[in-house]
Write a protein that binds this ligand. Sequence first.
Ligand code: IMP
Length: 451
Amino acid sequence: MNANHEVKSLTAIGGQWGDEGKGKVVDLLSSGFEVVVRYNGGHNAGHTVCFADRRFALHLVPSGIIHENVSCYLGAGMVIDPSALCAELDTLTAEEVRHEGRLFLSDRATLILPTHQAIDNAREGARGKGKIGTTGRGIGPAYQDAAQRRALRTFMLTQPARFLDAARDLMTEHNRELDVLFGAPPVNLDEALETLRTGAERLGPLVREIGPKIIEHADQGQQVLFEGAQGVLLDIHHGTYPYVTSSSCLPGAAAVSCAISPRYLGPVLGIMKAYVTRVGEGPFPSELEDEVGERLRERGNEFGTTTGRPRRCGWFDAVAARYAVRAAGVDAVALMKVDVMDDLAEVEVVVGYELPDGRVLDTMPADLEVLAQVRPRTEKLPGWQCSTRDLKEATAMPARAEAYLRFLERQVGVPIVLVSTGPRREETIARGDSDLSKQLAGLIETNQSLE
Ligand code: IMP
């Protein structure tokens, strides 16, 4: 075993409610890694990839795929909709990105069937005002089938006849549930099976047992980047349940998803925005339902990559961030979209949750009824009111913006090692002099020279 593999790997996760800008960070860093692994969720996630002068969206395939020396793996903890993955392969082909021989799919991931999507939407409809605000991609129902031990798994894509028989049986059950539970119309099975047949033909060749392959890469001294989807506060166990996704977004889930030792994961980079956003329903103590929230949404272009929904916006929530850092063992933070706050005269940070009896909570309570009662305590800082856009050096940061970053570091308790000041690769600053900062600075330098 290579003794240095811990240092060479990195796990990048979302530290808030998703949409923190993981796509940009992973894209920026991934040419410096030989292997990129996505370990949770499905096509509920989404990121825009900027490649040469082209832009396109990926939902399942890691953006590392655009670098031809990078191998990409999709872990067993994921839920895979075959037609969504096929559509991404089409996009890659149209963009002249060849994936053959370097994109692999775990043989144990759960398959999303068209009926899962129908159940997701019927259940959300039936929940009415109590809906979760899911992405409607069938994520929850597919994970539910996995837990119920009746799911179809990716190894079946290599055995189309057996797969289609099993899919017909399971989708027949789903159609009965759609009718009985929700009075919803059935999914047309012949059409669904035809889509699945095409999916199996195209995806079967990508299916592998991935754990041994990832261990082999790491043991050969290759660098592995593990990429989490969504964020700590959407984690099925530790997020704001039930307003969460159905998978674990924490770094430990990467080891589980790939069936490898947690030793392989390396340091944890928590990606956070300089403010906070959330899509879908659920508690959001620092939410701004005013003009400032509107400005953040507009300047930050806060509309979902997957569903186009406007994102709710609010101040940076240091209570939630401390909780996320603790829960996920975050070693350092990449702070995104600092430039979006450039024109604010004053910025606030939530530093405590005050209960009606005056006590101040310093954690995310498990009970959402308690969370609904808290009044956020904020601290105000002067805005920097000048452009941070395009800055490339930490020393060029305006003093008030730097004061904001230092305030957040003190609040959150870990260093901010990357600062993003715009959507482009070169609008990124490596900060500080820790080993991780230096490693990231090196990676950024390599990647910024790529086009
Ligand atoms: P689901 O994952 O589609 O079941 O949605 C459950 C919750 O997670 C909803 O609030 C979604 O808006 C949210 N969610 C799921 N994926 C993402 C993501 O990639 N970014 C942000 N929110 C997400």
